[in-house]
Design a protein around this ligand. Structure first.
Ligand SMILES: [Zn+2]
Ligand SMILES: [Zn+2]
Length: 310
């Protein structure tokens, strides 16, 4: 009897947790307000440690419209969120590391079976460099006529994909897309040897900027694109030196520099994401380091967290 009571108590606690705001909200339930929101599908990085890898959905007027990154695990999270994928036809890839692009086929399949109507998908990402293919080639290797998943183009709905490469130069903000109230801007980022892109989405006077994985060399570009942004989604992988493995500082930005950049960019608020186990363990230190230079609100993302931008 006592064991049963304990089990019931456990369930009640779980439900209470689900209702106190710590548990994931579901952006699709937010409705047509706010104008701009971000649903985190994947708040983690490359390790299989409990979070899906990098992936976000930008909702405009409550409708999922833009996918930012497609990391492994995000397909399952999309289902858990009850995400309606109809209309989500813009994909922005920050770079082609597996933890950011590896689940593109699954998510595109999910989109394809969500509606029988013809789909025009637009996929943006970096141009080729070194051992990394261009985004166009990556898409072609997956979905082209000779690609691994060539069948997808007429599997469920007629699917047309146009892929676009964003060159590493010039390093200045450019408008990628401007349609009615929506504007998407880009600037090349820097992520050691992996060509990388920073994206900013502006909608009805509100904006969100995604740093992607970024090292120190990419920060001036991020700062210029993110000026005055309402929400800065910043990948937080390493501790301040020397807390993380030295080679990781060639790839990622430590908390002190994140705070400094957020302050320089006059970001309205900061959402830390791509959370590594080390950052999770030392969350208080990370927040204190950021807080030394950035006075705005800082939150730490989790899978299925919904962040209204306005
Ligand atoms: Zn990553
Ligand atoms: Zn990366």
């Amino acid at each position: 009897m006592r064991r049963r009571a304990a089990a019931v108590l456990g369930l009640v606690c779980a439900l209470a947790q689900a209702e106190d705001g710590l548990a994931p909200a579901k952006c699709p339930n937010v409705g047509s307000d706010p104008d701009l929101a971000v649903l985190v599908l994947g708040s983690g990085g490359p390790g299989a440690v409990g979070r899906a890898s990098s992936s976000y959905v930008v909702l405009l007027d409550g409708q999922p419209r833009i996918l930012v990154d497609a990391g492994p695990g995000s397909f399952a999270r999309a289902g858990e969120a009850g995400l309606q994928m109809r209309g989500m036809d813009i994909v922005l890839l920050t770079h082609l590391h597996i933890d950011h692009a590896g689940e593109l086929p699954g998510l595109l399949l999910g989109r394809a079976v969500s509606s029988g109507r013809p789909i025009d998908a637009r996929i943006y990402g970096p141009a080729a460099s070194g051992q990394f293919p261009s985004t166009r080639r990556y898409v072609d290797l997956n979905f082209g006529a000779q690609g691994a998943y060539a069948y997808l183009k007429d599997f469920s709905a007629p699917l047309t994909i146009s892929a676009h490469d964003i060159a590493a130069k010039p390093v200045k903000p450019q408008t990628l897309l401007a349609e009615a109230d929506l504007k998407i801007s880009v600037i090349p980022g820097h992520h050691r040897d992996a060509p990388a892109v920073v994206y900013r989405v502006d909608y009805k006077g509100h904006s969100v900027t995604f740093s992607g994985d970024i090292d120190a060399q990419g920060l001036p570009a991020l700062s210029s694109l993110a000026q005055g942004t309402d929400l800065l989604v910043f990948n937080s992988v390493v501790l301040d030196p020397p807390g993380s493995a030295p080679q990781l500082y060639e790839l990622h930005t430590p908390p002190a520099a994140i705070g400094k950049l957020a302050a320089q960019a006059h970001a309205g608020r900061l959402l830390l994401t791509h959370i590594s186990p080390l950052v999770e363990q030392h969350q208080d230190e990370v927040l204190a380091s950021i807080g030394a230079t950035y006075a705005g609100p800082v939150s730490v993302s989790s899978d299925l967290l919904c962040v209204p931008v306005n």
